[in-house]
Write a protein of this length. Structure first.
Length: 281
């Protein structure tokens, strides 16, 4: 399995696949939950992408992400019905064929036997040679060379290629599988650096006037990001900008002081300070 051993965590991305999400038939919970799982380990998302059940679009998106060193979690579309395209798209993006993974085959057969044992009156048979069960085995056909991700809910595995981790769309399966990946393969990235954030409100200054200062601070302080969150205001507070810095807590005080000093030089009206509790990354 090709997981990174570097001490610096690569960017982490999330792909969420499913027409039902885009149509609003189901509400996405993956974004918030994955963000929560990462934050609990001092990690964060660099990007997220939503895709419908379109094989060409999924292939193009995966080809793009496979070309990076990013850690990528993909939720949805790994079943074996006509609207599931993730397995095929991943194989096409990698330029390989789909192959029935031996361990996936064993797990699917085991799960099938258990299902029929619990409900002997159910139509069908646990015989894996039947057309119905051969169709089930398609869920174990992954891009050649892939590894499996254990599924604690029903044993039907996900799969992994390099830094990409493909799990089902069902939260009850996907979330524990992602948690397992984080704790099994990326524990060395957990809680590496303590991060913080400090900001203040600025009134009567357009973002364009503050931009040169923001660029100068990012160039001067390694690891620091300067952010600007404009607001059109309301009946309680006038139009303003929340201007701040975030990054390693050791570098934060000096960067914040520089931002405050530079802003005071271009604006006489500052609002209250906003201080976010430190976290680790």
């Amino acid at each position: 399995m090709n997981t990174t051993s570097s001490t610096t965590c690569p960017p982490i991305g999330l792909i969420i696949i499913g027409d039902e999400i885009l149509s609003g038939k189901r509400q996405d919970g993956h974004f918030a939950k994955v963000r929560e799982l990462l934050a609990a380990r001092g990690l964060g998302l660099s990007w997220v992408r939503y895709l419908g059940d379109d094989r060409a679009l999924c292939e193009a998106a995966l080809r793009e992400s496979f070309a990076t060193d990013h850690i990528v979690f993909s939720c949805g579309g790994i079943g074996a019905t006509p609207d599931d395209h993730t397995r095929q798209s991943a194989a096409a993006a990698l330029g390989v064929l789909l192959e029935l993974h031996p361990e996936a085959e064993r797990l699917i057969a085991e799960r099938t036997r258990e299902w029929y044992a619990k409900d002997p009156a159910a139509a069908g048979s646990p015989d894996m040679s039947t057309p119905e069960n051969q169709q089930r085995l398609n869920m174990g056909k992954f891009p050649a060379g892939a590894n499996i991700i254990p599924n604690p809910y029903n044993k039907i595995p996900g799969f992994n290629v390099g830094q990409h981790w493909f799990v089902p769309g069902f939260p009850v399966m996907a979330w524990p599988m992602i948690e397992w990946v984080l704790d099994t393969h990326y524990k060395h990235f957990h809680n590496q650096v303590q991060l913080g954030e400090k900001s203040f409100l600025v009134f009567g200054v357009p973002e364009s006037r503050a931009t040169p200062l923001m660029e100068a601070i990012e160039a001067e302080f390694a690891g620091i990001k300067v952010f600007s969150l404009p607001s059109v205001g309301n009946d309680k507070r006038a139009r303003h900008i929340e201007l701040g810095v975030k990054g390693p807590v050791d570098a934060l005080p000096a960067a914040y002081a520089r931002l405050l000093e530079g802003t005071q030089a271009i604006c006489a009206s500052l609002g209250g300070e906003i201080d976010e509790a430190p976290k680790r990354a």
